[in-house]
Write a protein that binds this ligand. Structure first.
Ligand code: ATP
Length: 372
C-alpha cells in the first residue's frame, strides 16, 4: 500500500502562506500531477511529501504511516519515507560510470553485490541503457542522463516516486519522447508517482489525475478529461487548454439567452434549467467557450441565425498548418476561434461564426465557480 494523503496541510514561510489547507489523496499506483503557475506552491507540496519541508499544520500520510504531523511532533526524515526523487537538475556523480550511478543507492543500503548487479542490469534494460553502462555522464546526451537519473530512482523499488519538472532541461523533441517513456515506465512499475509541472500538455498527457493549484490553494482534482471538459472554476478553465478558453461577460436573460451586448446566443433547455435553479436568470455571469468549439459557419452542421451564430470581424489569423487561430471581434468583444485549415477567412473581412452550444460554460461572476 502506498497511497499518499495530505489532510488540511498548511505551509507558512514567515508571514507568507505557500500552501493553504491542502487536502489531497493519491491512490496506490496512481500517476498524480501537481499543476499550476510558477510560485503556486506545487514544489512546496512535493517537498512536504518528501520530508524536505515540514508542514506548519496538518498531516501527511505515506501508506498507513503518519510521516508528518506538527501537532503530534511527528516528522519522519526523507531517508525513512521509502520514496525516490527525481529533480530538474538530475545531479549524477560525474566521476562514476552509469552503472555505478545507478548502483549507488543500493550500495548505500549495503545490498549484496550480486543483487545489485542483477537490479542495475534489469533497470538498464528497462531504460535502454545497457549499452551505456560503462560510460561517464559527460559522454551521454541530455535524455540519456535523465534516464540514468530515473534509473537511480527506480533501482531501489521505492513505494513512491516524487518528480519535480524532471523533463524541463530537455529540448522540446526529447521531452515529448521522454514523456511517453516515463508514462509507460510508471505503468509498468505500478509505483505511486507525484509529478510537479507547470506544463499543462505534460499534465494532460501523463497524468491519471491532475491536481490544479493556484496561489497555494487546490482548485480541482480530476482526470485530464474532467479538468478539461468540466473545469471547476475560471482559473482551471483558463489554465488548461491552448489557446485558452474565451471568457466573455454576459447577462442571462429571462428567456434563456446569453446576452453579450453586441450579440446573443440561445442556451440549451437543460442549461437554462440549471441557471434558473441557481437563481441566475437576469444575472450577470462569465460565459466561457473554447476556441475549438467555435466554427467558421461554412463548416458547421447546425446553423441557426440569432441562436448560435454571430457575424465577427477577422482581426488576425495565425496559420498553424493544421488549424487557423483566428482573432475575432464583435463590437468591442474579442475572442479566439480555432478554425479548420480549410477555412477561407481573410484578415479584415467578416465571417459567420457558429458556437457549439453544447460545449459552452457559465461561471459565477465574482467567485468564478463553474455553474456548468
Ligand atoms: P515554481 O514552478 O516556480 O517552482 P512552485 O509552484 O513550485 O513554483 P513553490 O516553490 O512551492 O512554487 O513556492 C511557493 C511560494 O512559496 C513562492 O512564492 C515561493 O517564493 C515561496 N517559498 C518557497 N520556499 C520558500 C522559503 N524557503 N522561504 C520563503 N518563501 C518560500
Amino acid at each position: 500500500m502506498a497511497e499518499v494523503k495530505l489532510i488540511n496541510v498548511w505551509k507558512q514561510f514567515g508571514e507568507f502562506t505557500a500552501v493553504k489547507d491542502m487536502n489531497l489523496e493519491v491512490k496506490d499506483g496512481e500517476f498524480m500531477i501537481l499543476l499550476g503557475p510558477s510560485g503556486c506552491g506545487k514544489t512546496t507540496t512535493l517537498r512536504m511529501i518528501a520530508g524536505l519541508e515540514e508542514p506548519s499544520r496538518g498531516q501527511v500520510y505515506i501508506g498507513d504511516t503518519l510521516v508528518a504531523d506538527p501537532e503530534k511532533g511527528i516528522f519522519v526524515p526523507p531517508k525513512d519515507r521509502d520514496i525516490a526523487m527525481v529533480f530538474q537538475s538530475y545531479a549524477l556523480y560525474p566521476h562514476m560510470t552509469v552503472y555505478d550511478n545507478i548502483a549507488f543507492p543500493l550500495k548505500l543500503r549495503k545490498v549484496p553485490k550480486a543483487e545489485i548487479d542483477e537490479r542495475v542490469r534489469e533497470v538498464a534494460e528497462m531504460l535502454g541503457l545497457t549499452e551505456l553502462l560503462r560510460r561517464k555522464p559527460r559522454e551521454l546526451s541530455g535524455g540519456q542522463r535523465q534516464r540514468v537519473a530515473l534509473g537511480r530512482a527506480i533501482v531501489r523499488k521505492p513505494h513512491v516516486f516524487l518528480m519535480d519538472e524532471p523533463l524541463s532541461n530537455l529540448d522540446a523533441k526529447l521531452r515529448v519522447k521522454m514523456r511517453a517513456e516515463l508514462k509507460r515506465l510508471q505503468k509498468q512499475l505500478g509505483v505511486t508517482t507525484i509529478y510537479v509541472t507547470h506544463d499543462q500538455v505534460e499534465a494532460m498527457t501523463m497524468g491519471d489525475r491532475i491536481a490544479v493549484i493556484n496561489q497555494g490553494v487546490l482548485q480541482q482534482v480530476g482526470t485530464p478529461d474532467e479538468v478539461y471538459n468540466r473545469p471547476a472554476n475560471t482559473f482551471v478553465a483558463g489554465f488548461i487548454g491552448a489557446p485558452p478558453m474565451n471568457f466573455i461577460d454576459a447577462t442571462i436573460t429571462e428567456d434563456g439567452f446569453a446576452d453579450f451586448g453586441g450579440f446573443r446566443l440561445k442556451l440549451l433547455p437543460d442549461q437554462v434549467e440549471v441557471l434558473r435553479d441557481r437563481g441566475l436568470l437576469g444575472k450577470e455571469v462569465t460565459f466561457g467557450i473554447r476556441p475549438e468549439d467555435l466554427y467558421d459557419a461554412m463548416f458547421a452542421q447546425v446553423k441557426i441565425p440569432g441562436e448560435n451564430m454571430a457575424r465577427a470581424m477577422v482581426e488576425i489569423i495565425e496559420n498553424l498548418g493544421n488549424e487557423k487561430i483566428v482573432h475575432l471581434r464583435v463590437g468591442d468583444i474579442n475572442f479566439l476561434g480555432a478554425f479548420r485549415s480549410e477555412s477561407k477567412v481573410v484578415e479584415g473581412q467578416e465571417v459567420d461564426v457558429v458556437f457549439d452550444m453544447r460545449k459552452v460554460h457559465v461561471f459565477e461572476k465574482g467567485s468564478g465557480k463553474a455553474v456548468f
